[in-house]
Design a binder for this molecule. Structure first.
Ligand SMILES: O=P(O)(O)O[C@H]1O[C@H](CO)[C@@H](O)[C@H]1O
Ligand SMILES: O=c1cc[nH]c(=O)[nH]1
Length: 259
């Protein structure tokens, strides 16, 4: 009889294969993961490989993990899978996004209720008609935390799109704007669909880092895509606290429910 031994670390992210906190923040940029770790107590790096850098620590006494997933849904799903294998059950993505609707300003937070599934990976996991919905409790926890911190925020649908750079095909920006989509980014629908298939809780909060829709750019053209501005950094600072407090609220509710 052959026996399989569990590896001490997982192959793609090099995180421990078990015993991670149940609550995770996932971000695209490894530098943002490090920034979040600086806000935690007792933070320690628990894995680094490729674009995946992970830390564990405590937020208001709650053990959490923060990991970077890089750019794009397919690679991000590799991280989500290994985090779940290691014990994570609740996932909040803290990302950046381009504004698609009037009134959504640089540095604002967009709390996603769901996402358009243009992610380039979940079509290979489940039929395209399956929705990418955020877990309602996660949406409400994010909204409550944003209110508590007086962080300017919006709630609604976002567009997850695999291609960042334009090609020769016209971008269906106008129909999605007409449908009320608030912002565009690259990984959230992959997280929401992947999490639903595994029975996990998931949601996302996105910091606006520019304008993605041409008709919203003012005459100066001053505010198109530029994530390296103070207004974005300030939004990210607010987003970090909102996302971590949302995890805390979710954990508190679980404890009250005896989960
Ligand atoms: O800032 P992050 O979390 O990486 O999110 C956005 O930024 C990247 C594009 O610049 C994509 O990953 C997109 O989803
Ligand atoms: O995909 C993205 C992410 C951030 N900002 C954008 O305009 N697009």
């Amino acid at each position: 009889m052959t026996t399989t031994t569990r590896p001490a670390v997982l192959p793609i992210t090099r995180i421990p294969s078990s015993g991670l906190p149940a609550h995770a923040l996932v971000v695209g940029d490894p530098a943002r993961a490090a920034l979040v770790a600086e806000r935690l107590d007792d933070a320690r790096r628990i894995g680094a490989n490729r674009e995946y850098v992970s830390y564990a620590g405590n937020w208001r006494g709650l053990p959490v993990v923060v990991s970077s997933h890089g750019v794009g849904g397919p690679g991000a799903v590799c991280l989500f899978g290994e985090l779940a294998e290691a014990g994570v059950r609740t996932f909040v993505r803290l990302g950046t996004a381009g504004a698609m609707a009037r009134g959504v300003h640089d540095g604002d937070l967009v709390i996603a209720t769901g996402a358009v599934r243009d992610d380039g990976v979940t079509q290979q996991l489940v039929p395209a008609e399956f929705p990418a919905s955020a877990t309602p409790e996660v949406v409400l926890a994010l909204q409550g935390a944003a209110r508590a911190h007086a962080a300017p925020h919006h709630r609604g649908t976002v567009w997850t799109r695999a291609a960042f750079m334009p090609g020769v095909l016209e971008l269906p920006m106008k129909p999605y704007q007409a449908a009320g989509v608030l912002a565009i980014e690259m990984e959230l629908s992959a997280l929401l669909v992947w999490a639903a298939l595994g029975g996990h809780r998931a949601g996302g909060v996105l910091v606006v880092d520019g304008i993605a829709a041409d008709d919203l750019v003012d005459e100066s053209g001053a505010s198109t895509y530029d994530p390296h501005r103070t207004v974005v950094a300030e939004g990210v600072e607010r987003g970090v606290v909102v996302a971590l407090d949302a995890l805390y609220r979710l954990a508190e509710d679980e404890a009250a429910d005896g989960a």
